[in-house]
Design a protein around this ligand. Structure first.
Ligand SMILES: *[C@@H]1O[C@H](CO)[C@@H](O)[C@H](O)[C@H]1NC(C)=O
Ligand SMILES: *[C@@H]1O[C@H](CO)[C@@H](O)[C@H](O)[C@H]1NC(C)=O
Ligand SMILES: *[C@@H]1O[C@H](CO)[C@@H](O)[C@H](O)[C@H]1NC(C)=O
Ligand SMILES: *[C@@H]1O[C@H](CO)[C@@H](O)[C@H](O)[C@H]1NC(C)=O
Ligand SMILES: *[C@@H]1O[C@H](CO)[C@@H](O)[C@H](O)[C@H]1NC(C)=O
Length: 478
């Protein structure tokens, strides 16, 4: 038991100490926009809300009356825009709502000794003021945590009108008990709010901090440290590491620290370290996914070279003599995990691969012919335009080296020139056309990123954006 606890503590402290590879900054602009959108949604929700029963006991001269207010429903609510601020001292937020007025309706019943009575009522609460502060943190598993640290509720005034039963008799005395009602309602506001914050906290605790992105990769995104809150922004740092689901092998490199610049003019800034990209490549590599079989059916018909022993004779003179008239197969695989290297304005991708060439007998037997190493470097640009992410790629360097041959000389230079030309004339233009069309930036049913800017910096990608809530039919109906 003890050793496993020690190992766990070690793992935890290890996770805690690492550099965040994904950083997110919520600016004050983003906070205010979020609050504005949320106010509308909360107002809609409040207007259909049924509150818990309110019961109590009122002292009248001749004894106690027990009352219960049931089915208390909000009929109208003018929610003023709350003031929400980052709260540096407590790593959190303060929220205050002033001048909230609510109209309620419901049923009343009273017990006075053996006498039961009941009816309905309308109530109005005026000038409700609520101030609350919450603290944000990080739990041991890397979830965001939220705790209420203070709450205060005040009610300015209250009016109530009872109908039915003996209401005509006691209505004139209601003003006398107003203070009692105000206190009962006021005392329930902060506990109700705290209950909601606790609910939010348990949702956060239940959230996954790792997600399978496809069959091969899982992305780990626990928080690496507590949120950092200043008067102007909130910063979150996430681990941002991909793993192979199969091997869960740790790559032989670590995340370097980087400083994501604050851009108060955008709601949101996201920094993505090249570590995250490279961990994805490493994950694919360690899962054995970075390999392809190339056969004749994949060679474009208009290509001057085909994957058969006579066509390849121009590069390997022995081939057509030794193995006449056979189709060929290429087994291409990464020799090590490819790596991205991010520099201001440009992304470079280095790929070290090997090619095993085979001739295929009519009965399907593969005859090994030769092995080549292929070292390439691509460089690319990525930018945003028309709310899309676009890019272009170039091949900077392409080197072939002969590793071994069972079919004599391989004319490496001629082969290198031909493949290089093929890449430039056929493959890259097609890739660039696709990249040029772009992919639409994050857009869900409810929200969309707008005014987005993407910048390549040294060792990380910086992304600045505003978000827009889409007023769909569904949002209205919720
Ligand atoms: C969390 O992950 C588990 C296992 O990967 C999955 O079954 C579950 O649905 C996930 N939960 C959420 C809320 O995504
Ligand atoms: C090429 O490979 C694909 C799948 O790997 C296969 O379906 C196809 O029959 C092969 N074509 C030739 C000509 O061997
Ligand atoms: C080999 O490719 C050449 C084109 O380069 C083609 O003319 C020839 O028919 C092919 N031979 C076989 C056996 O497929
Ligand atoms: C396939 O054919 C070759 C030559 O035609 C022969 O040497 C080899 O034994 C055959 N392999 C199988 C599995 O039949
Ligand atoms: C291309 O690769 C070769 C061999 O790896 C290297 O010596 C050369 O510097 C590279 N050239 C460029 C422009 O990167």
């Amino acid at each position: 038991m003890l050793p496993s606890v020690a190992v766990m503590l070690m793992l935890l402290s290890f996770t805690y100490g690492e550099n965040p590879a994904i950083q997110v900054i919520l600016t004050n602009k983003g906070l205010q926009q979020g609050v504005h959108e949320a106010t509308g949604l909360i107002q809609e929700k409040l207007e259909k809300l049924t509150l818990p029963d309110i019961s109590g006991r009122i002292n009248i001269l001749i004894g106690h009356v027990d009352y219960t207010l049931t089915g208390v429903t909000i009929t109208k609510c003018d929610l003023p825009e709350p003031t929400v601020k980052f709260f540096q001292e407590h790593t959190g937020f303060t929220v205050s709502i002033l001048g909230l007025s609510v109209a309620l309706t419901g049923d009343w019943s009273t017990h006075f000794g053996l006498i039961h009575d009941g009816g309905s009522f309308d109530m109005a609460i005026f000038n409700l003021a609520l101030t609350s502060a919450v603290e944000l943190g990080r739990d041991a598993k890397g979830h965001l945590s939220v705790t209420s640290i203070s709450c205060d509720a005040q009610i300015g005034d209250l009016g109530v009108k009872f109908y039915g039963g003996a209401s005509k008799i006691f209505q004139p005395f209601v003003d006398y008990f107003k203070g009692h009602f105000i206190k009962r309602i006021k005392d329930r506001i902060c506990p109700a709010l705290e209950e909601n914050i606790d609910m939010l906290e348990s949702h956060l605790q239940a959230m996954n901090v790792s997600f399978d992105v496809d069959q091969v990769l899982t992305l780990d995104v626990p928080l690496t440290g507590s949120p950092i809150v200043t008067a102007a922004s909130m910063k979150l740092g996430f681990k941002g590491e991909f793993y192979s689901i199969k091997t869960h092998e740790e790559p032989p490199f670590v995340a370097h620290p980087f400083i994501l610049p604050e851009q108060p003019d955008y709601m949101l800034s996201v920094g993505l370290s090249e570590f995250t990209l490279n961990s994805a490549l490493y994950g694919y590599f360690s899962a054995g996914e970075l390999q392809v079989h190339i056969n004749e059916s994949m060679v474009p018909p208009k290509s001057p070279v085909h994957l058969n022993t006579s066509s390849m004779g121009m590069f390997v003179p022995q081939l057509p003599k030794q193995f006449p008239g056979l189709l060929m197969d290429l087994q291409v695989y990464a020799r090590q995990a490819p790596t991205f290297s991010l520099q201001p304005g440009v992304v470079k991708l280095g790929v070290q691969a090997a090619v095993n060439a085979f001739a295929i007998e009519p009965n399907g037997t593969q005859i090994p012919l030769f092995i080549l190493n292929v070292d390439t470097q691509f460089s690319g640009k990525v930018w945003t335009a028309d709310e899309k992410l676009k890019g272009s790629v170039m091949m900077d360097n392409f080197t072939l080296t002969l590793v071994s041959s069972k079919v004599g000389t391989v004319r490496i230079d001629a082969l290198e020139n031909t493949v290089w030309a093929g890449m430039k004339l056929m493959i890259l233009p097609e890739v660039n056309e696709k990249l040029g069309n772009g992919i639409i930036l994050l857009r869900t049913k409810h929200a969309q990123l707008i005014n987005s800017v993407l910048k390549m910096e040294k060792e990380f990608i910086a992304f600045f954006s505003d978000a827009q809530i889409l007023q769909t039919e569904e949002n209205f109906n919720k």
